[in-house]
Design a protein around this ligand. Structure first.
Ligand code: ADP
Ligand code: MG
Length: 256
């Protein structure tokens, strides 16, 4: 049985601007299940980050309901882990101080928070840099700190907004493999945004594509690959066919 982790029912949302309303979602329905790795893909400006802001509670729908694990949640802040598009590490705090933020916010003693983080540094590839400042780290390392901080929020639903888009190709691949290993170990539900079709296919169980605007429906593509996966799996004919299908959908969306 699929247990719903996140559900949006008949959600409409618009931004207000000088020129009037900018509709993003219209009577929008969407569901992901516990333990799934689901990716959202779409051209920039299609509303991907907005969808995340609605799920986290940083924005509220104009109409409709959002459920987390079958509970109608009007106040969703703090119930899902959110890694925004920029890593948003505080430049004046060291790595361990940045990672400790969610624990401090929960009222944990600094010493206990640091102890808990020390145990995770190696797993996150951050041994020895805990007293550095963010600017002293590579992009990949900063993303791992940001991800560690998201994990420490304790939420089992994680929303990751283009976490790897600023990384070079090789770092990106090693981060993708690392993320899959983390996900398999922790059995969280992950909702991931990217505009990289290969990344979406490599990581996900299902992919959803923004195809119209305002959006009422996301096109769904499943990924017929078992796990664990290796990058070479993407060369299989069935995967190449899915990849072309996705690219054509995105092309049609951009030129419409
Ligand atoms: P994506 O993440 O897919 O690139 P966004 O969700 O960030 O897209 O934005 C969707 C649309 O909403 C864009 O056209 C963007 O310009 C507009 N938008 C985003 N944030 C705001 C805001 N705070 N006020 C007004 N318009 C916004
Ligand atoms: Mg965005």
């Amino acid at each position: 049985m699929n247990k719903p982790a996140v559900q949006l029912q008949e959600v409409s949302f618009h931004y207000e601007s000088d020129k009037g309303k900018i509709p993003i979602l219209q009577d929008f329905n969407f569901q992901i299940n516990e333990g799934e790795f689901v990716t959202i893909i779409g051209p920039s400006g299609s509303g991907k980050s907005t969808l995340f802001k609605l799920i986290t509670g940083l924005a509220q729908p104009n109409e409709g309901d959002i459920f987390l694990r079958n509970q109608l949640q009007a106040k969703r802040l703090g119930h899902v882990g959110y890694m925004p598009q920029q890593d948003l590490l505080l430049p004046w705090r060291t790595i361990i101080e940045n990672a400790a933020l969610p624990l401090e916010i929960k009222g944990m003693r600094k010493q206990d928070a640091y102890q808990q983080i020390q145990l995770l540094l190696q797993e996150f590839g951050l041994t020895g840099v805990e007293n550095c400042y963010p600017h002293e780290l590579s992009g990949g390392m900063r993303q791992r700190v940001s991800f560690l901080r998201t994990i420490l929020s304790g939420a089992s639903i994680l929303l990751l907004d283009e976490p790897f888009s600023a990384l070079d190709a090789i770092t990106k691949i090693s981060m993708q493999e690392w993320l899959l290993a983390q996900w398999q170990k922790r059995s969280e539900t992950i909702l991931f945004i990217t505009h990289d079709v290969n990344e979406a296919l490599f990581l996900s169980d299902r992919i959803f594509i923004f195809i119209d605007k305002p959006t009422s429906y996301l096109e769904e593509v499943n990924v017929p690959l078992s796990r664990p996966r290796v990058l070479k799996d993407l060369d299989e004919p069935l995967l190449l066919e899915r990849k072309n299908y996705l690219i054509n959908l995105l092309k049609a969306r951009v030129s419409s």
